[in-house]
Design a protein around this ligand. Structure first.
Ligand SMILES: O=P(O)(O)OC[C@H]1O[C@H](OP(=O)(O)OP(=O)(O)O)[C@H](O)[C@@H]1O
Ligand SMILES: O=c1cc[nH]c(=O)[nH]1
Ligand SMILES: [Mg+2]
Length: 210
């Protein structure tokens, strides 16, 4: 059985996603918002990182404190649009490594086509979070996670800004072990498999290509 997805309810995330949806939001603002949302979502998606107890000498006394227990993380953006989430996330986890999966959705078949894959060499020691702003039919996320799993990472999570119910169900069925973090769960897909109401084509809006 797949785990329940984690749907973000934080007001800051909801506010920023609303601005992202607006067709009048400029490329510059869109890029900044995607990065900020990814940073806030990363805070939630890393909530289960294990801690270890340490003693720290403050100027006053010895503090019994906690630091992250050496778990290693890799983020894997799905090109192109996933790249827009990387900067914000690296603000939170600066030592993370980054893998890349290049996929585009064929406009006729709507099936993902792979054109690039490069993973950190030590990915089998890492917890991976796959990044893509959009989960529409789910085909791209499912294929990207299939690719990542071939490298034998310790665990895989998936983080998206907007999901369609259809894509969420498909991803849960294909990868029931993967924890899914969603900024907002929308109504449905339209006849071209775009998310409704969604925000349009995330890659085009991040890179200004339309
Ligand atoms: O769930 P799916 O139906 O597979 O659709 C979602 C995919 O579509 C978009 O990428 P796109 O193919 O537009 O490529 P791009 O990021 O290069 O624009 C998006 O960023 C996802 O990767
Ligand atoms: O709504 C959608 C669906 C797929 N890809 C996008 O960028 N947006
Ligand atoms: Mg696109």
């Amino acid at each position: 059985m797949a785990k329940e997805p984690f749907i973000m309810d934080h007001p800051l995330i909801q506010h920023k996603i609303s601005l992202l949806r607006d067709k009048n939001t400029s490329t510059k603002e869109f890029r900044e918002l995607i990065s900020e949302i990814a940073m806030l979502m990363c805070y939630e998606a890393t909530r289960d990182l294990p801690l270890k107890a340490v003693e720290i000498e403050t100027p006053i006394a010895t503090a019994k404190a906690h630091i992250i227990a050496g778990r290693k993380i890799a983020f894997v953006p799905i090109l192109r649009a996933g790249l827009g989430m990387v900067d914000g996330i690296l603000n939170m986890v600066p030592s993370a490594k980054i893998g890349h999966v290049g996929l585009y959705r064929d406009p006729e078949t709507l099936k993902p086509v792979e054109y690039y894959c490069k993973m950190p060499t030590d990915i089998s020691e890492r917890d991976v979070i796959v990044l893509d702003p959009m989960l529409a039919t789910g085909g791209s996320a499912i294929d990207a996670i299939n690719l990542v799993k071939k490298y034998g990472p310790r665990s895989v999570k998936f983080m998206c800004v907007i999901a369609a119910p259809e894509g969420l169900a498909a991803l849960q069925e294909a990868h029931p072990d993967v924890e899914i973090y969603v900024g907002a769960l929308d109504e449905r897909l339209n006849e071209n498999s775009y998310i409704v109401p969604g925000l349009g084509d995330a890659g085009d809006r991040i890179f200004g290509t339309k």
